[in-house]
Design a protein around this ligand. Structure first.
Ligand code: SAH
Length: 339
């Protein structure tokens, strides 16, 4: 059965037309769900009883549960329990410009990046669109706030769950829905090249972030197995195509691993790759985990890397740290819960 939170407005319009109802009922349902936050179909008072009964047969309205919450001043991390008992995580970050949330797209991940906690536990399944929508609704309800921006950077590889992720984006972007602007939605990928070409063609102009993490194939293939399938030259071509089609600046994420990818030579190589392109590099201080041997680069090494990129005229920022005290590295809470 479809969960009602996984329906785009267009899906609902088709549904209502199919049951001999008015198309605008879809908008009314969206208003109940996303403006009034009423989830019980019985209470949709502008929808007639008979249609409500029909909807109750056709739609599931289960809500994910907050299993655990860990927080500090700037960050709140949620562990959710799904209907089938699986666990996923989402992290809320309080910025001065508003609240953003990092959502998961899969239960586990198959990309196997050497430094990443999520990949220790293989993919169990994709998340349905409604399970991504629910992460946002549950957090907004719990904190009594509105989320302003969404990054799909939690557990999972979003482009390995392409159609559900696109559906999720359509739902939260809908003006009658949660109404999160396309410019406030970011998808982060380890580099599934064919899907980057597809993403470029989407009508909704969201932000793309690429987890790059190494400036040459030798090192990148060691850190990220996906690079053996889609090497740097192939990925660069996809990024160029994306830039050309969308004219949207792409974010290049680069996690700083002590003495692994953080030398001045690496910075120079990276600058060479992206010279003149409409990108910016976001340096991410590594969140150390108990199970993996990687360490966070020292402040000095991060600064030197940053300065080198700056000097070579590459736009660069260092990600402010969020939640290293509360195991915010993707997959840490879930890993612990399962053990
Ligand atoms: N699969 C997607 C999105 C999820 S990972 C992707 O690869 O982009 C989100 C980001 O966090 C990626 O850049 C990932 O490489 C990075 N990351 C993974 N583990 C990390 C850790 N322990 N500390 C800091 N960043 C990490």
């Amino acid at each position: 059965m479809n969960n009602i939170l996984g329906m785009t407005k267009q899906d609902l319009e088709t549904y209502f037309l199919n049951i001999q109802e008015k198309k605008f009922k879809a908008t009314q349902v969206y208003e109940w769900l996303y403006q009034k936050r009423v989830f019980a179909i019985d209470e949709f008072s502008n929808i007639k009883k008979e249609t409500q009964e029909r909807m109750k047969q056709d739609f599931d309205t289960h809500f994910i549960q907050i299993e655990k919450k860990q927080e500090d001043e700037m960050t709140k991390k949620y562990l959710f329990r799904l209907q089938d008992g699986e666990f996923i995580e989402a992290v809320v970050m309080m910025h001065d410009y508003g609240v953003s949330v990092c959502v998961s797209s899969q239960v586990g991940c198959n990309m196997g990046c050497a430094f990443c906690e999520s990949g220790r536990l293989k993919k169990v399944r994709n998340l349905e669109a409604y399970e991504m929508v629910e992460q946002i609704l549950a957090i907004e309800q719990d904190l009594g706030i509105r989320i302003r921006s969404v990054v799909i950077m939690g557990i999972g590889e979003p482009l390995d769950n392409f159609s559900n992720v696109v559906r999720f984006i359509q739902i939260i972007n809908d003006a009658k829905g949660i109404a999160i602007g396309a410019r406030h939605i970011t998808v982060s990928t380890c580099g599934l090249v064919p899907k980057i070409y597809e993403l470029a063609k989407l009508p909704i102009q969201i932000n793309l972030a690429i987890s790059f993490h190494a400036p040459n194939d030798e090192l990148r293939s060691r850190l990220m197995p996906v690079n053996k399938v889609y090497s740097i030259p192939v990925l660069m071509k996809a990024i160029r195509d994306y830039l050309q089609v969308t004219s949207r600046r792409v974010t290049i994420e680069y996690v700083m691993l002590n003495n692994v990818n953080d030398s001045i030579e690496c910075a120079e190589e990276l600058a060479d790759l992206f010279q003149g392109m409409n990108i910016y590099v976001n340096l991410i201080p590594y969140n150390e985990t108990n199970h993996l041997e990687f360490e966070r680069s020292s402040k000095t090494r991060i600064n030197a890397f940053y300065d080198t990129l700056k000097r070579l005229r590459i736009n660069v920022t260092v990600r402010r740290e969020f939640g290293s005290d509360i195991d915010a590295a993707c997959g840490q809470l879930r890993g612990r819960e399962i053990e």
